[in-house]
Ligand binder design. Structure first.
Ligand SMILES: Cc1cc2nc3c(=O)[nH]c(=O)nc-3n(C[C@H](O)[C@H](O)[C@H](O)COP(=O)(O)OP(=O)(O)OC[C@H]3O[C@@H](n4cnc5c(N)ncnc54)[C@H](O)[C@@H]3O)c2cc1C
Length: 387
């Protein structure tokens, strides 16, 4: 969670303001974020953090801090709990339980919302499969659709973003809210702005999934690379030590088919900070040939054959990279961290696939849409989240 001008920042001598937060969002998103939603979120963020603090939320002690997994803010303004999301749940569950005990809230678990209807003269109604058994209709003066994003629905992802989904999202990210709202007359907004994360290791057992728990550290600020990245043709496409992860993501999206391989040799394996969270240098060897898309080979052509990379392209690229290391200058991409040639077998290529954390489309008011139905319900604009 990010918030500017909080007590916690002041206690740590961090000067910040909502205006600086908004300016950072404008810079980081290149002006592509929804100004109305961003303004709402940024202005209410500090009071949300103070409220959580007053409710006994257990902040991770290092927060607020700069986080580099995405393009960083200008000042430390990112907070999370000592147990990540569970710390938020601890606060909310206590408050929810109080309301349930007081008889003010009824909680239905394992109950799926499947429809929404609204006639102008009546309250909106939502259809729910209660406890997976009874179909019931609930009517209320207002209904909040908080069903999350669609980063686990390959069909909806293909329809809205036009690509193949490889996702680290939870299986409940089905996009139900989007489908329900669309069927009730809302338009979908925010398409065409999807930017994948820079890369995840394919899930060990489930095709089409990336494995967040074993994510590769490909942000140069967190770990300087000893490896090169190549596409299917064996060609590099970016300076691997480029400090901006946004630049790397954009280059990946525009210059490759999406998938790329990190290629390194045994010296890099022994000397660099391990590339995957939780893996030791020994794990890199023991998982090769066992774990999906993790390989090792004694020669570059063998390695290319194992990984499905063009062998001539890879061999030529590694030769050019090794010359750049010897000369201390990378004329192709301007990489400056050139610690060692890729020359000592065994060589390793790992396939990494970009995956969505937060696709941007959400439903929006039909009233301003070209496809607006005359009887469009009064949708308030909403989007799952903007990165
Ligand atoms: C790997 C990964 C890492 C991420 N890291 C970060 C990060 O560091 N910082 C950050 O800010 N964001 C991060 N995100 C994004 C963030 O997790 C999401 O944007 C956020 O969780 C969305 O919250 P939500 O409440 O809208 O949806 P969700 O958390 O998905 O909650 C929606 C709920 O609705 C339920 N539901 C779905 N359909 C129905 C239905 N038909 N009926 C009833 N219930 C339904 C679901 O079961 C779920 O409980 C990350 C995402 C991923 C995948």
């Amino acid at each position: 969670m990010s918030a500017a001008g909080t007590r916690r920042q002041r206690e740590r001598g961090i000067e910040d303001s909502v205006e600086a937060h908004l300016a950072d969002i404008e810079r980081i998103s290149g002006g592509t974020a929804r100004a109305d939603l961003v303004e709402l979120a940024a202005r209410h963020a500090p009071e949300t953090i103070e409220w959580l603090a007053d409710q006994g939320f257990e902040f991770a002690p290092e927060t607020p801090r700069l986080v580099y997994g995405h393009e960083p803010y200008g000042v430390p303004r990112t907070y999370y709990g000592k147990d990540a999301g569970l710390s938020i749940l601890a606060v909310l569950k206590r408050l929810l339980d109080e309301q349930i005990a007081a008889g003010r809230v009824e909680l239905w678990q394992r109950s799926t919302a499947f429809s929404l209807t609204e006639a102008s003269s009546e309250s909106p109604r939502v259809g729910v499969l209660r406890s997976g058994v009874d179909e019931v209709e609930v009517s209320a003066p207002a209904i909040v659709l908080a069903t999350g994003g669609f980063a686990s629905d390959a069909d909806l992802f293909r329809e809205l973003e036009g690509g193949t989904l490889v996702s680290a999202a939870h299986p409940t990210s089905t996009g139900d809210g989007l489908v329900i709202a669309r069927e009730a007359g809302a338009a979908i907004a925010g398409q065409g702005q999807y930017l994948p994360t820079f890369g995840g290791l394919p899930h060990p057992t489930t095709p089409g999934k990336a494995f967040f728990e074993e994510r590769p550290l490909l942000v140069a600020t967190e770990r300087l690379p000893w490896e090169i990245y190549v596409d299917r043709h064996g060609l590099r496409f970016v300076a691997e030590d480029e400090p901006s992860i946004d630049t790397k993501e954009r280059r990946l999206a525009t210059s490759t088919e999406g998938t790329f391989w990190t290629v390194f040799d045994d010296r890099a394996r022994r000397n660099s900070v391990p590339m995957v969270v939780g893996w030791s240098p020994e794990d890199v060897l023991s998982k090769a040939g066992v774990r999906a898309d993790v390989h090792k080979a004694d020669t570059l052509p063998e390695l290319a054959a194992l990984a499905g990379i063009d062998p001539d392209g890879l061999t030529a690229t590694v030769a050019r990279y090794n010359t750049a290391v010897a000369e201390g200058r990378d004329p192709e991409f301007g990489r400056t961290h050139l610690p060692a040639p890729i020359a000592e077998p065994p060589f390793s290529p790992w396939r990494t696939t970009p995956s969505p954390w937060s696709p941007s489309p959400g439903w929006t008011s039909t009233s301003t849409s070209a496809s607006a139905a005359p009887t469009a319900p009064p949708w308030r604009a909403c989007t799952p989240w903007a990165r």
